[in-house]
Design a protein around this ligand. Structure first.
Ligand code: ATP
Ligand code: MG
Length: 593
């Protein structure tokens, strides 16, 4: 730590200059030892038993009906991570078997986001919709084997016949149609002869099975909707349980990793593959999905936020989508790190969002150049500094990393400081600028407040007058006197006006889906505060979209990639500098020290 920062009272300041230090209370990742978990144990057991001939082939199978979110990142990291760890492959497959809501825009978002996260499917980008013909052939085969039938019950009737957890189901009156009749009806379903809801194709399994999924589940339904890839070529579409296991098998997947809600579908997954006597029979393995506090991670809910204009779009920086997190300033590395730290398990849990925030702070602490920006400007005039004079201070970009270089920071007679760094009538513990009090300006002189000018109507302080000590340019006083605080500033004549968007959590409660209220009611009305007249140091005027900074003492910010224009950057707050996790760590450190 530079000695200049060892000041009494520093701990009491809300801010500090260094960003966050390594935080011992957080789960740590160790890149030298690959993660181990129950899924990897299963895979290693398969190596020992030679179930798949030593092969590992996984896939990430999103449905292109929304932008990927951080929950998907968990699955992406898991599937691609496992493939990489065991020298296998991971396919990217659009699981696009339902025409409603699937679009090319979503396909592109998925492709962009998986790539951005740092994963490579090489030439293995697949579409379940490419398997429609093959799936249809499989369905015909099941019919021929007496293992599927066309049922004319309505959706409501099917539900009624299905029974409950405590009651067996009843057989459909259409269950014993002949193969010939079933083939004829199914082909006519495909030819568009029937209306939606009049016929479905069902697997003929067991209406008395204790597992409701096995009670003659629907394989195909009629849907007279255009598909974003196959257009109007099909008017029957396969159900997930039928399409998914077969898509996996077609791609020669070995380990089909999915989330826990499919655990009871596994017997069905296996049934289709067995009934068709397919050689390629992947192992389905379920893990707990990511739930994150103060967040919703369901595409249906996220669509509601977008369509209801509660956010500006899928990439609104408050959204838990990868597009939103990226625009907010999250790095791919920080998200991968987060996914590694949360690990995978078999029981549902709620991950504290502070862990995600910690991961981005930790990464940005390393990589973000330090710059000065004043969010709520207060004018400071240095009475004894010559009018028209400009000095240039050397301002390093990173206190611990000289390789990041430095820039020249112009200093002149009129500055802006943060409004909250000045108080006319300060309480005892306030150590920053106030009448008669001296502080250090970051990278520069000591200044002392000698007068204030107020708005005659509102009595608000509009300008602070100070004197500076020319002997303290080094940041130290030759007579050894100390100051209690160092504050940031920008030169009024050189600074640029910039818009800064202060983002906060989108929801005010940890679990917005709990209880009876609509989750929309829990939106945090203060999740976005827009400040239009911030002043940033001149070096930031041309900052490239997406670039990341630490505004000293304030937080991490990134240049908005959508609303910035050349010379007019808009900054998004990625994260504040510290949070409760950091405070806990500091207490821990104090105890250790
Ligand atoms: P959502 O509930 O958000 O609509 P989904 O399961 O319908 O998600 P898919 O596009 O089908 O979305 O998901 C693709 C893959 O990502 C699936 O394998 C799914 O299990 C996984 N996945 C989805 N949400 C999560 C999550 N919260 N945590 C971990 N994995 C997830
Ligand atoms: Mg799904």
């Amino acid at each position: 730590m530079p000695t200049s920062l060892k000041q009494p009272g520093r701990k009491r300041l809300l801010f500090n200059f260094e960003g966050e230090k390594g935080n011992k209370s957080m789960p740590q990742s160790d890149p030298s030892s690959p993660p181990s978990d129950f899924i990897r144990e299963i895979i290693e057991e398969h190596f020992r038993s030679n179930r798949f001939g030593g092969r590992v082939a996984t896939r990430f199978p999103p449905e292109p009906n929304g932008y990927p979110h951080v929950g998907h990142a968990k699955s992406i990291c898991l599937n691609f991570g496992i493939a990489a760890q065991y020298g296998g492959t991971c396919n990217l497959r659009m699981d696009d078997t339902d025409p409603s809501g699937e679009t090319l825009e979503y396909v592109h978002s998925i492709i962009d986001d998986v790539k951005w996260l740092g994963f490579d499917w090489e030439d293995r980008l697949y579409y379940a919709s490419d398997y429609y013909d093959q799936l249809y052939q499989y369905a015909l085969e099941l019919i021929k084997h007496g293992k599927a039938y066309v049922c004319d019950l309505s959706a409501d009737q099917i539900r009624e016949y299905r029974g409950t957890l405590t009651e067996p189901g009843r057989e459909s009156p259409y269950r014993n149609r002949t193969v010939a009749e079933n083939l004829d009806l199914f082909q006519r379903m495909r030819a568009g002869e029937f209306e939606e809801g009049t016929h479905v194709l069902r697997a003929r399994i067991n209406m008395a099975s204790p597992n409701i999924n096995m009670r003659d589940p629907v394989m195909y339904r009629i849907k007279k909707e255009s598909h974003y890839r196959t257009g109007d070529r099909w008017c029957i579409y396969p159900m997930y349980d039928f399409a998914h296991c077969l898509s996996d098998s077609i791609e020669n997947i070995t380990h089909s990793i999915c989330t826990l809600e499919f655990e009871n579908n596994r017997p069905l997954y296996d049934w289709f593959l067995d009934a068709l006597e397919l050689k390629s029979h992947p192992q389905q393995i379920e893990f707990a999905r990511l739930n994150l506090s103060y967040t919703v991670l369901s595409k249906r809910k996220l669509i509601e936020l977008v369509e209801g204009n509660y956010v500006s779009g899928w990439d609104d920086p408050r959204m838990p989508t990868l597009a939103g997190l990226r625009r907010r300033g999250y790095t791919a590395e920080s998200i991968r790190n987060f996914c590694e730290r949360i690990g995978v398990a078999k029981n549902d849990s709620l991950i504290d969002i502070t862990l995600l925030e910690h991961c981005v702070r930790e990464d940005l602490n390393e990589r973000a150049p330090r710059v000065m920006a004043v969010l709520q400007p207060l004018r400071v005039v240095i009475d004894n500094y010559p009018e028209g004079r400009v000095e240039e201070f050397d301002c390093p970009y990173h206190p611990q990393n000289p390789e990041m270089g430095a820039r020249k920071g112009p200093f002149s007679r009129v500055l802006y400081i943060e409004r909250e760094d000045f108080l006319e009538n300060p309480p005892k513990k306030f150590l920053r600028l106030s009448p008669g009090r001296e502080v250090r300006l970051r990278y520069g002189y000591f200044i002392k407040c000698v007068d204030v000018i107020k708005d005659p109507d509102t009595a608000e302080v509009v300008e602070v007058h100070c004197t500076y000590d020319p002997e303290t340019r080094s940041g130290f006083a030759p007579d050894g006197r100390k100051v209690d605080a160092t504050i940031h500033w920008v030169s009024a004549a050189h600074a640029r006006v910039a818009e800064v968007r202060l983002y906060d959590r989108l929801f005010q409660v940890a679990n917005p889906l709990e209880g009876n209220a609509d989750f929309i009611e829990y939106l945090n009305p203060k999740s976005l505060e827009i400040l239009k007249s911030c002043r940033v140091e001149p070096s930031l005027a041309e900052a490239a979209p997406g670039s990341l900074f630490q505004f000293e003492r304030i937080g991490y910010f990134c240049v908005d990639s959508t609303d910035s224009s050349a010379g007019n950057p808009v900054f998004n707050r990625t994260a504040t500098l510290r949070d409760s996790w950091a405070k806990i760590a500091e207490k821990g450190k104090k105890r250790e020290g």
